[in-house]
Design a protein around this ligand. Structure first.
Ligand SMILES: [Zn+2]
Length: 140
């Protein structure tokens, strides 16, 4: 019970589940209990969200990448393409760089978790089947 949703199917299914801020394994449990506070486990299937110490450091790559990418493209297109002056652009882009990572924080973590579970299913599937590392079949 509770795992009937199953792991997200396909890359876009994993991305969709990441955007929903729900458990990457069952799609039911919420990742966050408050604005920034994460649940340690899924309330529906028991999936542990923090896969290891410092696990969510990887989500900063998503957050930083989107912030830097959008800022760079916007600056280049606006300044060199449309001739918008730095006096106008810099305060706007500076404000964007300060606010966007905070607003996107939850989504970056959720996308990181769901994409990690999509590309590396071993952890999620081991937990799902109740097995741990070094299963009896691995012995000679
Ligand atoms: Zn779950």
């Amino acid at each position: 019970m509770g795992t009937e949703g199953g792991p997200a199917s396909g890359y876009f299914g994993a991305v969709r589940r990441g955007w929903s801020l729900r458990c990457p394994r069952c799609g039911q449990g919420k990742l966050f209990r408050g604005l920034l506070r994460m649940e340690p486990r899924c309330g529906a299937c028991g999936f542990q969200f923090e896969r290891g110490p410092g696990y969510f450091l990887g989500s900063t790559y998503i957050n930083y990448g989107l912030t830097a990418g959008f800022t760079t493209v916007t600056y280049v297109v606006s300044h060199f393409g449309f001739g918008v002056s730095n006096r106008v652009l810099v305060p706007i882009l500076f404000t964007f760089c300060a606010i966007f990572p905070l607003v996107f924080f939850r989504y970056a973590r959720s996308l990181w978790l769901s994409l990690d579970c999509y590309f590396d299913r071993t952890g999620a599937e081991e937990e799902l089947s109740g097995e741990t590392r070094g299963s009896p079949e691995a012995k000679d």
